[in-house]
Design a binder for this molecule. Structure first.
Ligand SMILES: Cc1cc2nc3c(=O)[nH]c(=O)nc-3n(C[C@H](O)[C@H](O)[C@H](O)COP(=O)(O)OP(=O)(O)OC[C@H]3O[C@@H](n4cnc5c(N)ncnc54)[C@H](O)[C@@H]3O)c2cc1C
Ligand code: SF4
Ligand code: SF4
Length: 422
């Protein structure tokens, strides 16, 4: 086994760049890498077989920790507009699922579920690749294939724990059937990266859908939160982070009790309490630039209020980035699968998502800070990061760069070598 291959593979996790998408297991094969719960609570690639340099080279080109690109050039069209913060777009609308049950069950307004259900009922795809709650690790998500509308409904709601939807993407592609992929923006990046090596991706992935993503909660924080609320994690049967209203209650079931807590109990009242993995803190694309459609919340300022969430029925902001996305949105609206309220602009998105806007402006200088410390720096393309950094003043840029240097030096950007906890 090549020592340099092992060291380089482990460096992705050790330097805090792994998002846990799972695709390296599929690339290397499950006899060489297993993406499993590591001792630090995250899903991480554990090397279990003979890993060679060529495989690690390929992983570096596909892993969304090391390479993140915007929308492929062939998906741009003369009608594509590009906002420096919000990326390529054709139309941005406020919308919700036409079916009240889906709107209620969904994380926000159920648009992603409604689109997935529409794609299946119209027989445009054979299945949806996405995630649902894991029964083995109830705080995690697990990769799931939905073949029926009932399957899709089972997977509604955002999962704020680790989830590796691409763990067996080679097998999923080997089915040879057309499908839609719903994954976080980093998952979308990984699969788009794979498309450069595997022509089945562009042939079979007919629709690319994503939730706008500010990051997931570090597993240790979720565990501490459960303990603080008197929940024995080992006795967990199920955990639903949100949905059934907007955001809806966090629903926890153990062997002995059922509990409901508020979204704000979990996330806190503002961004300063979000305990995100390092990869999420430096994410250059939480807004799903490489998807056909990205769906988000519409809370002004990025968080719900306790009083507002009692009556909020859920409204998504839907950023449509491609011709494929426009055709889907409009066909789904025509059929009643989704209900479009009205059109909005990138400026509205920044009102709903100030944290995404800030992160987009900060990413370039955060990467400069990584380079200063001799760290791996993710390769980025078509995300306008340098242009955005040039729009802000030098002192703010310095704060971002110095902040990253401090984070690296204090160990906050470092993880232990992946090591299976099972
Ligand atoms: C980790 C995370 C962070 C988020 N951060 C933000 C944010 O900063 N701002 C914002 O406006 N919105 C954020 N969202 C998105 C928001 O919570 C809703 O998912 C989005 O508005 C779509 O709502 P919906 O009702 O259409 O989703 P639904 O109809 O409930 O469908 C959700 C779909 O997403 C898939 N999914 C859920 N969790 C995951 C996961 N962890 N990994 C991959 N796929 C998943 C499900 O399989 C399902 O298909 C985040 C979501 C996640 C998962
Ligand atoms: S981000 Fe994905 S491909 Fe990269 S190391 Fe983590 S699990 Fe593997
Ligand atoms: S913030 Fe970025 S890296 Fe983190 S889960 Fe979301 S898309 Fe992935």
């Amino acid at each position: 086994m090549s020592k340099s291959a092992i060291d380089r593979m482990n460096s992705i996790s050790e330097q805090g760049l792994c998002s846990g998408c799972g695709i390296c297991q599929s690339i290397a094969g499950s006899s060489k890498i297993k993406v499993v719960k590591s001792m630090n609570g995250f899903e991480r690639p554990v090397i279990i077989g003979d890993l060679d340099d060529a495989t690690v080279d390929k992983i570096f080109q596909i892993c969304p920790g090391t390479r993140i690109e915007g929308l492929p050039k062939n998906q741009l069209s003369p009608n594509t507009k590009t906002d420096n913060v919000w990326g390529p777009w054709h139309r941005i609308v406020r919308a919700w699922a036409g079916n009240p049950k889906i709107r209620f069950e969904g994380s926000t307004g159920g648009v992603l579920t409604a689109l997935a259900k529409f794609l299946l009922s119209e027989k445009r795809v054979d299945f949806i690749l996405h995630v649902k709650a894991s029964s083995k690790e109830p705080t995690f998500g697990t990769r799931f294939l939905s073949f029926t509308e009932a399957d899709v409904l089972e997977a509604t709601g955002s999962r704020y724990g680790p989830a590796a939807p691409l763990i067996d993407i080679d097998e999923v592609l080997s089915r040879g059937s057309p499908f839609a992929f719903i994954g976080k923006p980093c998952d979308i990046s990984a699969l788009r990266n794979l498309a450069r090596y595997d022509e089945r991706v562009d042939e079979l992935v007919k629709y690319w859908l994503t939730p706008v993503c500010g990051g997931f909660m570090s597993p240790s924080s979720t565990d501490n939160f459960l303990t603080r609320n008197g929940v024995d994690r080992d006795k967990l049967l199920s955990l639903r982070y949100r949905g059934q209203g907007c955001p809806g209650p966090m629903q926890i079931e153990t062997l002995h009790e059922k509990k409901e807590l508020h979204y704000l109990d979990y996330w806190g009242d503002d961004e300063s309490t979000w305990n995100l993995p390092f990869r999420c803190k430096i994410c250059p694309d939480g807004i799903g630039e490489a998807a056909d459609i990205a769906a988000s919340d519409t809370w002004i300022g990025g968080s719900p209020t306790r009083s507002g969430s009692k009556t909020d029925r859920g409204t998504n902001a839907v950023v449509v980035r491609t011709e494929t996305g426009i055709e889907l949105l409009e066909a789904a609206a025509k059929s009643g699968a989704i209900n479009i309220e009205y059109d909005i602009t990138p400026d509205d998105m920044s009102l709903y998502q100030p944290h995404q806007m800030h992160k987009k402006y900060a990413a370039y200088d955060r990467y400069q800070g990584l380079a200063d410390e001799g760290r791996l720096v993710p390769i980025t393309k078509r995300l306008r990061l340098k242009e955005l950094a040039n729009e802000i003043n030098q002192s703010t840029r310095k704060i971002q760069r110095d902040g990253t240097i401090a984070r690296v030096r204090s160990g906050k950007a470092t993880e232990s070598t992946p090591n299976s906890s099972q």
